[in-house]
Structure formats: C-alpha cells, structure tokens
Design a protein around this ligand. Structure first.
Ligand code: PSU
Ligand code: MN
Length: 305
C-alpha cells in the first residue's frame, strides 16, 4: 500500500511547477467546532484556487499521509471525534498503526517539504505558553520552523501564548519572523501587539526570494514565518480578548490540562466564552492568510520553483 497519497490536482500542479499551498488539518479537528470547521476548510481551499494556486490539505487517513483531500475526506475528518493530533513526534507512529490523524503546523511543514510544497497557510502557530518557565510547554512548531524549509503564513500568535517569549525562541532558533505590510507583529484577533516585528516585507515576491536565498547561497535549513494582520473589518480589540483569555488560562490550570491538550482546550474555551465571535475573526484571518499564501506560491512558481 502507498504510504503517501496525492490528490490528483495537487500531483498535476507539483509536476508542472504550478503554485501549491499546503493547509493543516488540526485547525479543522481541534481548532474549530463542526460545521464551521469544514465550511471554513472548503472556503479556504476555494480562496486559494481563486488566487491561482492549488490547495493541499494534509492529514493521515488509515495510516496513509494524504497531500490534498477530497470533499468526502474533509467532511469525515471534520465530523470525527477520535482523530489524533499529530506533531513531529507522532507522524511515523500514526502511520505504523494505520491511524487517523490531523497535522499540526510542525507536521504539516514536514509533509509539505516531502511533497515539494514551499508555502503553507494557517491561522495561528503554536508557541511558548504562558508559564513555560515552570511547565516547559513550548510548541514543536517553533523548532520545526528552524529545521524545515517551508514558508508559513499565520496571523501571529494568540495571546493565550507568551508572545515575547515566542519571539525570543524564534530568534534563538534563527527563524525569520516577517510582518507583512506593517511594522508590528500582529496578535491574531488584533492587528497590533505593541511589539515591533524583527523583519517587514510588503510583497510576496520578496518573501519567496528570501526563502530561496536562505538555501542558496547561504545553505541554511529552516523556514520563514510570515505574520499577516487580520483584515481591519474583522479585528477584535486586545482589551476585549484579554479577560476571556485570562479566564481560559485559569480554567486550564484548575482542570490540570497539560501537553497536547492545552491548545485545543484554550481554543474551545474561548470560542464558548465569546459565543462564537472569536470564530468569525478566526475564519476571516485564515482566509486572508490563504490568499497571501497563494500569492507567495505564485511568486515561487515564477522563480522556477
Ligand atoms: N493556534 C491556533 N489555532 C490552532 C492551533 C494553534 O490559534 O488551531 C493548532 C495548530 O495546529 C498548531 C497546534 O500547530 O495547535 C499547536 O499545538 P501545540 O501548542 O500543542 O504544539
Ligand atoms: Mn504544547
């Protein structure tokens, strides 16, 4: 049995050097409730097509790594209750056991590299959790960005994380953090974090070119993190989110939530606490990142990649 299955449109695009954008699946299974999760996944795929690129949603189904999902596969994944959350540590184990799993940012980067996809769009990345000085909870996403040459487009890190510490780890690991079109690092639901971004770029071609120059002449491993501010019409002010986040963090602490469960627990708590308002913003920013991802993928294609 094949270990990797490509969706036909993805296989064709990769063969012809046409632009492809990878998408993660943990955002579907652990990041948003049904049915908004599958509706968003489809919408995001359409946004990428409308921008002249091919979407490749990545997931493990029955032990086969899928690069691109059919509509049926998306629906099944979105409704399933028992899907594992796969990061770097879990990919091979899930394949060995013939299991189903959704890929995090780290695992999606690994799959994208394997497939020859240079760009990946998502909502938020994992980072250094608040209280990491005692919990040691630092997402494998950050270390993957240091190792795997894929350009990841996100809307910044959520304030459920410690944003300054997240940026420190990325700096230590030599990961370029590039704010798109503004000087500040965006903070997911809000355009502003009060923190100046290490780098700023204003056009997709420069972002693609920088990725290629890391490899040649510099011989550097690792990817780039592009942080793209949420569209102004959809942003939720920081002051509104802060008490909600504090509450979610307190609930996680009280219930002894640890390890892989922390991020999904906090996201679910915040969704309920805002009666879904956080979700509208989340959907808008993922779509916005998908469109930028497609533009960067087109730039890679134009460079002959
Ligand atoms: N942050 C979000 N939404 C998400 C995630 C993070 O705002 O859906 C998901 C992504 O898949 C990310 C993962 O890679 O959670 C990080 O989990 P952890 O913190 O356990 O590494
Ligand atoms: Mn973690």
């Amino acid at each position: 049995m094949d270990r990797i299955a490509y969706a036909p449109e993805v296989e064709t695009a990769l063969r012809d050097g046409d632009p492809v954008v990878a998408l993660e699946s943990t955002i579907i299974t652990h990041g948003m409730p049904y049915p908004q999760n599958v509706e968003t996944a489809r919408q995001v795929e359409d946004d990428i097509r409308a921008e002249g690129a091919v979407p490749a949603t990545i997931a493990m189904l029955g032990g086969v790594l899928h690069i691109g999902l059919t509509d049926n596969e998306l629906e099944t994944l979105a409704q399933a209750k028992d899907v594992a959350k796969l990061s770097r540590a879990d990919l091979a184990a899930c394949m060995a056991q013939g299991g189903n799993g959704a890929t995090t940012v780290a695992a999606t980067m690994i799959a994208a590299r394997l497939a020859g996809i240079h760009v990946f769009a998502t909502g938020g990345i994992g980072g250094v959790h608040r209280g990491a000085e005692t919990s040691f909870d630092i997402s494998a996403d950050l270390l993957e960005l240091a190792k795997t040459p894929v350009t990841v487009v996100a809307a910044g890190a959520k304030a459920i994380l410690d944003i300054p510490k997240t940026l420190e780890v990325l700096e230590t690991q030599g990961v370029p953090v590039i704010a798109y079109g503004q000087d500040e690092v965006p903070a997911f639901w809000s355009r502003s974090s009060g923190i100046k971004a290490p780098l700023r770029m204003d056009n997709p071609a420069t972002i693609a070119r920088a990725a290629m120059l890391r490899a040649e002449p510099f011989g550097l491993d690792g990817g780039q993190l592009v942080v793209n501010p949420i569209p102004a019409d959809f942003e939720i002010p920081r002051e509104v989110m802060i008490p909600v986040i504090e509450d979610a963090l307190a609930a996680a602490e009280e219930q002894g939530i640890t390890a892989k469960e922390v991020t999904p627990f906090l996201l679910d708590h915040i969704f309920h606490a805002t009666q879904g308002a956080s979700l509208d913003a989340n959907i808008a920013l993922v779509r916005n990142n998908a469109r930028l991802g497609a533009a960067i993928a087109r730039a890679f294609s134009a460079l002959g990649r």
